[in-house]
Design a protein around this ligand. Structure first.
Ligand code: ARG
Length: 458
């Protein structure tokens, strides 16, 4: 039975009912819907809007429904219009007229706006924990590989020497910001719209603060039209989730590259890689590829929410029912991606020798060679040019800066002496980059410790 059956002569067409119904995706908010109703009913009673007997029956009835849903004794009717209709219908079937008093001074519009907020707020800590877990894994690995030399890249061309630990901690920083963005979004989400009614609040003397307090929220929305008709909190969350996917996707791209025979900087654990149905030699980084692939899905959810909202006149419009599908999908996708991604990173084998080999080619110490000349008094631009000539010479001879004889150096610039070989040794090049934020092993250790401190909230 529809809540709004009074005005209508006929039931909704079956297929249209399926189209109109949101129960398939909003039933996951059952617990929040019940908590919201309990708080509303308690307030109605305290304000003398409903009688104590009715209030008590409602509390008891809702608690029993919650328990039965949890135990499986009560199944959700998938033909119901939405979770709000289902819970209210079930309550009335159980306790009679008292159940019909629950919706006094309330609309599904403020009810659903509350439920989504409560539901998302309840999910966020688990997601935050996943991010913390990943950051922790990165901090551990960064410490383990604080001294591991690898080529740093720009344009995917070998550029300057860095350490693997430094590279990993770049992602830790991105993920820390992602965590902070989730906390920011939660702050603005954590207000109760109950009391906004359908759009224009209500004539009953509701105590909105009491409801807010009972629900453990931090405040109330200040405008009834805004309270029921914006979903910017979902957009904000979807944007934060999208950025998490951007970061995971970039990381995945690197994992995929690093697994290739061309790089072979890492090897994934067998439990987090897959084979080919035809090529017996293959070991594919499917998990990383899926994470990269699923990023588009989350961006799509963000776009769905933005598009859903942009043309809507105030206040509620049914378009807004689509908000849940999108934001839940985004949340589920990020959660699933992290679930697979974290152990994949945790169990990967790092191959420092291959990183070192790659670092030895590509002249990534050319900047250091120029800096050596600057140390001897040459202006940087002249030092740059002399080193460029040396690199060209090395390429022509098929040697590296490390193996080019000193006489060749001196033919290009007489400031070169034997100590140039120490100055361009890769370990030294990395160790010397100890400016705050740089890749030196001591910096990596300090940064890993700082990251851990932030995680602990110190
Ligand atoms: N299922 C609806 C939604 O998710 C609940 C609100 C219905 N309100 C209405 N006026 N039809 O948006």
């Amino acid at each position: 039975m529809k809540l709004w059956a009074g005005r209508f002569q006929k039931a909704l067409d079956d297929k249209t009912n399926d189209f109109n119904s949101s129960i398939s995706f909003d039933s996951r908010m059952a617990e929040e819907d019940i908590l919201g109703s309990m708080a509303h009913a308690a307030m109605l009673e305290a304000q003398g809007i409903i009688r104590h007997e009715d209030g008590a029956a409602i509390q008891e009835g809702l608690a029993a429904i919650a328990a039965d849903l949890k135990s499986g004794a009560l199944a959700i009717d998938m033909t119901a219009e939405d979770i709000h209709t289902f819970v209210e219908g079930e309550l009335t079937a159980r306790i009679g007229d008292a159940g019909k008093r629950l919706h006094t001074g309330r609309s599904r519009n403020d009810q659903v706006a509350l439920d989504i907020r409560l539901y998302l707020l309840r999910q966020l800590p688990a997601l935050q924990q996943q991010l913390s877990d990943l950051i922790e894994v990165l901090a551990n690995k960064a410490e383990e590989y604080a001294d591991t030399i690898m080529p740093g890249y720009t344009h995917l061309q070998r550029a300057q020497p860095i350490t693997f630990g430094h590279h990993l901690l770049a992602y830790a920083e991105m993920l820390l910001r992602d965590k902070a963005r989730l906390s920011d979004a939660a702050k603005r989400m954590n207000v109760s719209p109950l009391g906004s009614g359908a759009l224009a609040s209500t004539t009953y003397p509701l105590d909105r603060e009491a409801v807010t307090k009972q629900l453990g929220m931090s405040g109330v929305t200040r405008n009834s039209l805004d309270g029921v008709s914006d979903r910017d909190f979902a957009v904000e969350l979807a944007a934060a989730l999208s950025l998490i996917m951007v970061h995971l996707s970039r990381f995945s791209e690197e994992i995929i590259l690093w697994c290739s025979w061309e790089f072979k900087f890492i090897e994934l654990d067998d439990a987090f890689a897959t084979g080919s149905s035809i090529m017996p030699q293959k070991k594919n980084p499917d998990i990383a590829e899926l994470v990269r692939g699923k990023s588009g899905r989350v961006f799509g959810d963000l776009m769905t929410l933005l598009t859903m909202l942009k043309g809507l006149p105030l206040a509620y419009n049914k378009d807004m029912q689509e908000d849940k599908k999108a934001i839940f999908d985004a949340l589920d996708t990020v959660t699933m991606c992290l679930m697979a991604f974290i152990p994949m990173i945790d169990t990967m084998t790092v191959l420092p020798d291959n990183m070192r080999k790659a670092a030895a080619g590509g002249f990534i110490n050319a900047t250091d060679c120029a800096d050596y000349l600057v140390g001897k008094g040459l202006p940087f631009r002249d030092a740059y040019k002399a080193t460029g000539e040396l690199v060209a010479l090395c390429i022509q001879k098929g040697v590296t800066l490390e193996t080019l004889p000193i006489a060749e150096y001196q033919a290009v610039c007489d400031l070169f002496q034997d100590d140039v070989y120490d100055a361009i040794a890769l370990e030294r090049c990395a160790a010397m980059r100890r400016v705050y934020g740089g890749p030196a092993p001591e910096n990596v250790r300090a940064q890993a410790a700082a990251v851990r401190k932030i995680l602990k909230g110190e």
